[in-house]
Structure formats: C-alpha cells, structure tokens
Design a protein around this ligand. Structure first.
Ligand SMILES: Nc1ncnc2c1ncn2[C@@H]1O[C@H](COP(=O)(O)OP(=O)(O)O)[C@@H](O)[C@H]1O
Ligand SMILES: CC(=O)N[C@@H](CCC(=O)OP(=O)(O)O)C(=O)O
Length: 264
C-alpha cells in the first residue's frame, strides 16, 4: 500500500485542491486509502440537538445519545459526500464504515463512547483493493461489547496506516504543517519522531494538534516510513507530500515531514 491520506474536517468544503493529486496517484497506479474526519460537522449537529460535549486532551467525550449523532454525521453524511465528490472526479471511491466493516477495535478508559485506545484490522479492505477501488473510511469503531465508538480521525488513520504498512501517511489539514510555538513560531519542515516526542512532552501542542502529533508518533512506532502534515487547501503541498522521498533532503518543503530516528 502506497499512501494513506487523512482529510481533516477542518478543510470543510475546500476539497478541490485534493482532487488533482489524488487523480495523479491513481494515474500512477499508486494505491491509496482515505480516512476522513468531520469534527466541525459533528459539533454543529450536536449543537442543533442541544448537546455540547467537552474535549479532554483533544478527544470529544461522547455519551450514548451523542454517539448516534456522531455515527450519522461521520458514518453517513460526511462519508457519502467524500465518496460522491471523488466519484464525480473519476476516482473509484467506495464507502467504508469503520464499525460495520470491523476495521477498528476501540476502548474507552472512562466507560463512554470515546476511543482512548484503538487497534485497526485492515483485512476487510482487501476486497476493495482487489477491485482497484479506493476505500473512503469513516473513523467509527466498535468496542469488545459491540458498541459503536467515536475515534479521533487522526488516531484511526495512524492505526490503519500501521495495519496496512503504508509507505507514507499524509495528514491534510487547515494549517501548513506543525509549528513551533503556534501561531507565532516557524513551521517545522523536517523532524524525527524522537525530537517531536520531546516537544510533545514539553506540552508544545494543543487543540487539534495534540491528537495529530500523537497519531504521527504512533504511525512511526507502527513502522510507517514517513508522515507528512500539509495544508489540504494547497495543491502543491499535497503533491510535494505524495512525491517526496523520506531520504531526500527536505529543501523546498511545503509542509512538515516526520521520519523515524534510526540511530538509537
Ligand atoms: N503547533 C501547532 N502547529 C500547527 N497547528 C496547531 C498547533 N497547535 C495547535 N494547532 C491548531 O491545530 C489545528 C489543526 O487541527 P484540527 O483542527 O484538529 O484539524 P483537522 O480537522 O484537520 O484534524 C490548526 O488549525 C491549528 O489551529
Ligand atoms: C473522539 C473524537 O474526538 N472524535 C472526533 C472524530 C472526528 C474527527 O476527528 O474529525 P477531525 O479530523 O475533523 O478532527 C470528534 O468527535 O470530533
């Protein structure tokens, strides 16, 4: 498997810049999988239903009534929209509901429907790969009791990237990479997992960037070769992430590249 692309809910309707790079991957016969988020859409749907859930360490603590809404938004609305958009642009996308397909086993440490821990089993995607289809995965899991679980989409993407042993994992978000002292500092162009972990331990990352950095570090632990964080509204940055070789110098970086520290 070549690339796993995680598209953030922060991108909203601004998905057009992704299309050409994805078509190019398909034309180059490079296999890929998409995992989508949808955080802002979930927030809007919960608010419309009169619910406001707290986030702890970047994860939305989800009770059972809210889980029904999360499932409808992520597993149906947002997923169908991505599949339709990709198909309309000649990409052979197929919808994959993570829980219905048995892709993610997830558990909560607090007994709610929030995945604090997730493991991915990519086996159910095999049939799509044989048909040269592009799975578009909604990050819904199930726990050991068969209940649906709300998985942070970055965590789901990292676990699936590990299970698929992809060459690279590309996070497309609404910021052009991982920044030091955000929003005032500079973007990190290239960093090893060892250094990134140190910054994480120092409390450098907040909000949505906290689960994203955890996901980056997990993917590298699972032996994914390289992880990229780029602006999903910047076509050139997406192309850079798809084309860059992790052993090449990173001059001209258009986002953040994270690789494994190999000399420990
Ligand atoms: N150090 C940082 N570098 C970059 N972005 C950061 C950082 N710390 C916090 N952020 C915030 O994280 C956001 C991206 O995370 P998130 O909103 O969860 O995106 P997505 O929906 O794409 O997963 C950025 O828009 C930015 O506001
Ligand atoms: C547990 C948890 O926090 N789940 C996320 C799932 C969606 C998501 O992660 O979407 P983004 O990629 O847009 O952030 C949520 O409820 O918002």
């Amino acid at each position: 498997m070549s690339v796993l692309i995680k598209v953030g809910g922060s991108l909203g309707e601004q998905a057009a810049p992704l299309i050409r790079p994805l078509q190019n991957l398909q034309n180059q016969s490079r296999s890929f999988v998409i995992v989508h988020g949808g955080g802002p859409r979930i927030s809007a749907a919960l608010e419309a239903a009169g619910m406001k859930l707290p986030f702890h360490n970047g994860l939305r603590r989800t009770h059972s009534q809210a889980m029904v809404i999360v499932d409808a938004v992520l597993g149906f609305s947002v997923n169908s929209e991505w599949v339709s958009l990709l198909r309309a642009n000649g990409i052979a996308a197929v919808p994959v509901h993570g829980a219905k397909s048995g892709l993610f086993l997830a558990e909560s440490y607090e007994g709610d429907h929030t995945a604090d821990w997730v493991e991915a089993y990519a086996g159910p995607l095999e049939a799509a790969f044989v048909r040269h289809e592009i799975p578009v995965v909604a990050p819904i899991g199930h726990n050991s009791r068969g209940q649906r679980m709300n998985i942070n989409a970055d965590a789901a993407a990292a676990a699936l990237a590990g299970s698929l042993q992809v060459e690279k994992l590309v996070f497309c978000t609404n910021v052009s990479g991982i920044y030091l002292n955000f929003p005032y500092g500079d973007r990190i162009d290239s960093i090893t997992d060892k250094k990134l972990e140190k910054l994480y331990q120092q409390g450098m990352f907040e909000g949505g960037m906290r689960p994203k950095v955890e996901a980056v570090l997990n993917a590298l632990r699972y032996k994914v070769n390289a992880v990229y964080v780029v602006d999903g509204e910047n076509e050139a940055a997406i192309e850079w992430a798809f084309a860059n070789h992790p052993e090449e110098p990173v001059s001209g970086a258009l986002g953040t590249r994270i690789t494994r520290y190999l000399n420990e």
